[in-house]
Each structure stands twice: as C-alpha cells, then as structure tokens.
Design a protein around this ligand. Structure first.
Ligand code: GDP
Ligand code: MG
Length: 226
C-alpha cells in the first residue's frame, strides 16, 4: 500500500515549508508532491527546499481541483493524502492519525478537521470541507470531471464515498488551523469571499447539485474519533 501526499498551493510561501515538513514526517507517506499554479511569492522554491517534488502548472487560470488532479496524475500511489498548503500547526503525527483508520481498514475516507475549540462537537458531524484527507485513488477517479471545480471539490469526494455507502472517519487535528481568506485577502475581501463560499456550499443541496440523501448516507457511515 503506497500513499503519496498531494498539496495544492497557490501563493502559500509563508506556510508551505511547514506543511511539506509535516508531510515528510508522516511515516506512512512515500512522496510529497506540491502542485503550484503560477505562484508569485516563491511558493515552489520553499516547497523544493523543504523536500517536496514540485509540479508546476503554467496555465495561469488554475483551481484547487485542477491542481489536485495534476497531483494525482503525477503519482501512481494506491492512496492519496491531500493536504492544504496553508495549514498552521500541522505535524506528521496529525497526518499519521488521519492515515491510520484508512490503513487499518476502518475507513474508505479519513478526514482531519481544523480545531474549532468549543465548536468541535458540532463541526465534526458536518459534511467535511477539509483539505486534509486520505482516499484511495479510485475515489478521486470516480469524481465526475465536470464536478472537479470550484469550492466544492471536497463535497464531490464526499459524494463518491457517501453514495457508495462507504465508511468515513473524522477527527479534529488538535491545535491546527489555517491562514484564512481574511489573512490572505484582507478583512473586507476575506469576509466577502468566505460568505460567497459558504452560500455556494449551502446552495449545493438546495439547487439539487448534491442530493439530501447523500448527506444522510454520509452521516450513517460516519465515525467520529477522539
Ligand atoms: N495550485 C493551486 N492551489 C490552489 C488554488 N486555489 C487554492 N489552492 C490551494 O488550495 C488550498 C486551499 O485553498 P484555500 O484558498 O486555502 O481555501 P479555503 O481553505 O477554503 O479558504 C491552499 O493550499 C491553496 O493554496 C489554485 O488555483 N491552484
Ligand atoms: Mg485554507
């Protein structure tokens, strides 16, 4: 069983080195692949210096989902551990905790949630939008190409798992957060973009892009780990 780490990154120079180091410290991971779409802040250099293999997309109009796709195409691993490049406080131990339920056959998908403190008991049961998750590569391949877009790629991975009635485990990555859109874009634009993303995601079942039953199937097969 081989596991490679795929890290989509656009302009994440301040955190990508720390994230690559965490991924390399995960004893279950073979290779760490960072996919960069025309970053202008030295993200690729930081990733290389931290020991990642860097895949550069030169389209200038990428998306996170397309970066993930390029990362999966660059590996023949049996399973992919996806990880965002803007995590803060992430360690190899967090990633090992995510991998374990998958490796032990308890989960087809294992996900790490950011640490929201008192909100954790509530958050852990929502359909996860986290970028930190392991899935077998067939799950990625089963996401319809038209659905590999925008903010919703994680929801579309959830859909493959839920509609297959497959078990998911989630756990909180203690002490881990990320640089939010407010940090990256400033308060005003950051809040606007966060709300835009939130409404888009809420709208998926409302507009029938994702069926309500999918959420139910997801919850039925969900195990929350401490
Ligand atoms: N290569 C690449 N990475 C991207 C792109 N858009 C987002 N990302 C990365 O995907 C991860 C999650 O994106 P982010 O903007 O943090 O989304 P949020 O966590 O929902 O606010 C981060 O590591 C981003 O750098 C893109 O167009 N290309
Ligand atoms: Mg983020």
């Amino acid at each position: 069983m081989t596991i490679d780490v795929v890290i989509p990154a656009r302009n994440e120079a301040s955190t990508v080195g720390e994230v690559v180091a965490a991924a390399r410290a995960c004893r279950f991971a073979r290779e760490v692949i960072v996919v960069d779409d025309g970053s202008t802040d030295g993200t690729a250099d930081r990733a290389l210096a931290a020991g990642a293999k860097v895949v550069r997309r030169e389209t200038g109009s990428g998306s996170k989902a397309q970066a993930m796709e390029a990362g999966v195409a660059a590996t023949d691993a049996d399973a992919i551990l996806f990880c965002d490049a803007d995590c803060v406080g992430l360690t190899g131990a967090h990633l090992e905790d995510i991998c374990r339920p998958y490796l032990e056959g308890r989960a087809a998908m294992s996900v790490g949630w950011f640490d929201y403190g008192m909100l954790n008991p509530l958050v852990r049961r929502l359909p996860p939008t986290s970028g930190e998750r392991i899935v077998p590569r067939w799950v990625w391949d089963s996401v319809h190409p038209e659905k590999r877009t925008g903010y919703s790629i994680e929801i579309m991975i959830n859909e493959v798992i839920a509609e297959g009635r497959l078990p998911t485990t989630v756990r909180v990555m203690a002490g881990v957060s990320h640089r939010t859109k407010r940090h990256k874009l400033g308060l005003k634009r950051g809040y606007r973009e966060t709300w835009r993303m939130f409404w888009y995601l809420i709208g998926l079942p409302v507009r029938g892009v994702v069926r309500w039953r999918t959420c139910w199937f997801y919850l039925r097969e969900l195990t929350v780990e401490d």
